[in-house]
Design a protein around this ligand. Sequence first.
Ligand code: FE2
Length: 259
Amino acid sequence: MRILFLADVFGSAGRHAVEERLPGLREELGIDFCVVNGENVADGRGITPKLADKILAAGADVVTLGNHVWARDEIGPYLATSERVIRPANVALGSPGRALAVAPAVDGTPVSVVNVLGSLFLDVARGMFEVLDDIVEEARKKAKVVIVDFHAEATSEKVAVARWLDGKVTAVIGTHTHVQTSDARVQPGGTAAITDAGMTGPHDSVIGVEADLAIRRMRTGMPVRFRPAESGVRLEGVVVDCGADGRATAIEALRVALP
Ligand SMILES: [Fe+2]
């Protein structure tokens, strides 16, 4: 099975890139299942029901989120009923939505997708290791192929979680930092991993935001309203190959520049 994971889709430039290129990419690359991280789709922070539906309609089988999950008020009720748009497992107890989606690949094989937030340098309601094993266990009961979107800031934590889950899941895909790392690898136990899959969005920016605005806020420490940038758009992510047993056989970083 061949799985495409598109990293953090940022703003309308990122979303348009997904709508324009994902159907063709699925075809060209022979993709059986596609996961898209959509936590920055709504102007760089969060997602709305309408935008989530657009990403699904463009060819995502499952949409994952991250630390900006609650940035838009209207997403709570949507997540409460959605089976394909998931939020991190370690949000506050009782929050709407689920952290595990199980959806069929093209040939009907079930694929589990899990979303977890890192604990380091992020404001999390519950520590990541408090929830990780249980959600992974649940995912493994439902499918042999298990994809973990580990949405985290710290490289050390992302590498540690990839090692901890080696042999237990098909892939641990790091998201959140928006800069693709050069460490895509299949670990000895058969779990593919990358520290960060990158960003699907405007790379002529500071991780998606108009550079001038991001720099001004950093230089002055004063509030500056961020606007998503628009140019230098690339789709970034990874393509993971795995067997029917769920063991990864290959992982390759993907970078597709839009003309
Ligand atoms: Fe994030």
